[in-house]
Each structure stands twice: as C-alpha cells, then as structure tokens.
Design a protein around this ligand. Structure first.
Ligand code: AMP
Length: 190
C-alpha cells in the first residue's frame, strides 16, 4: 500500500483522544512510508493528521476545490495541494490517488466520503478496500446501525463484513492488506 485516503473531521471533536489518534496515525503512516491523501484542510483532525505526518517526514497530498482554497481552508504546507472545481472532482481525484480508504472520527463529510467509496466498491466500480478505524469504539454505533440494515434485508452481510474494522492502525492496515491481496468482493461479480 503506497498511499491511503483518510476521511476525518474538519472539527476536533470534544474528546482530546481524537486528536491524539490523528497524531498517532499521521506519525505511524509516515514511519511506514505510506502517504496520505486527504481533503487538504488545515482545521480540526484534518489539520492535525497532516501536521503530524509532515513533521514525521511523510507525504501528504491534499485535494480541495478552488472555492474552498479561496476561503483559506487549505493547509499551506502539504507536500502537494491539488486543486479542482467541485466536490465531485475532489472525491474522484482522492480515489484515483489512493490504494485504500480509511475513516477516522468525523461528521457528515467523513460519512459521505467513506460511504461513497464503500458503495462504489460494492458495485464493482473499484476494488480498493475500505476501513473504519474504530478507536475507542467510535464507529461501533454506526456499524450496529448498519447491522440493522443487514437484518432488514437492505445490506448484504458480506458487504458489511467487507469493510475492514479495527481498534488500532496496525490491525486496520493488516485487514486492508488482506483485502488488497484477496479476490474482489463476491457481490462485485468482477
Ligand atoms: P466533516 O466530517 O463533516 O467534518 O467533514 C470532513 C470531510 O469533508 C473531510 O474528509 C473533507 O474532505 C471534507 N471537508 C468538510 N469540511 C471541510 C473543511 N473545512 N476543510 C476541508 N475539507 C472539509
């Protein structure tokens, strides 16, 4: 895995553990020589993970629509800041440049981004694995709600299992690597 797309909050969240998590993930990815692709923001956990990876000598690629850069939302010191015209283009560029997708704690933007790449994987539009870093059980309520979709017949159990979930980064990277090595998800038909 050369580069991972990270979706995470543009806010810090109330619990300081979230920022500690982002710092640890940024540092560890840099140590492993794995680059980060993210939304290019300087605020919240987005800024924190970028700072941490850059400080540890890692590669950080930010992708942001020009209108957001003009509002001074961009991190100014990333390795590369890719600008584009729309949020759709931004997500496509991020997806192209990453080998896997990971959600850290975040809000609506984070959910929207991870669900998009996950649903596209389900449909076979790409075969890059998707994962949730479930530190402190942050994503457990969401994953429980998704189990409800399985129970009601709207989500395949195999699709839910297809998302890598681990409480720490080493465990999550192992699970993503497993999925990269294995055949495409059966629901893809690919
Ligand atoms: P949220 O989880 O709602 O804070 O949104 C974070 C996600 O949406 C990030 O992964 C970004 O790609 C995008 N995003 C939302 N707000 C911002 C912002 N102020 N600066 C940069 N990206 C943002």
């Amino acid at each position: 895995m050369r580069r991972v797309a990270i979706f995470l909050g543009s806010a810090d969240g109330h619990d300081p553990a979230h920022a500690e998590l982002a710092i640890g993930v940024g540092k560890e990815l840099a140590r492993r020589g794995i680059g980060i692709v993210y939304g290019g923001g300087r605020r919240g956990l987005m800024g924190t993970i970028a700072d941490s990876a850059l400080e540890a000598g890692g590669e950080v690629v930010g992708v942001m629509p020009t209108s957001m850069v003009e509002r001074e939302w961009a991190h100014e010191d990333v390795t590369e800041l890719v600008t584009c015209d729309s949020m759709h283009e931004r997500k496509a560029l991020m997806a192209d440049r990453a080998d896997a997708f990971v959600a850290l704690p975040g809000g609506l933007g984070t959910l929207e981004e991870i669900f998009e790449v996950w649903s596209w994987r389900q449909l076979g539009f790409h075969s890059k694995p998707v994962g949730f870093l479930d530190a402190g059980g942050f994503w457990t309520p969401l994953l429980d709600a998704l189990q409800g979709l399985v129970d009601s017949g709207f989500l395949d159990a195999s699709t839910l299992r297809d998302a890598a979930v681990a409480p720490d980064l080493p465990g999550l990277l192992d699970a993503l690597e497993d999925r990269l090595r294995s055949a495409p998800h059966p629901a893809h038909g690919a």
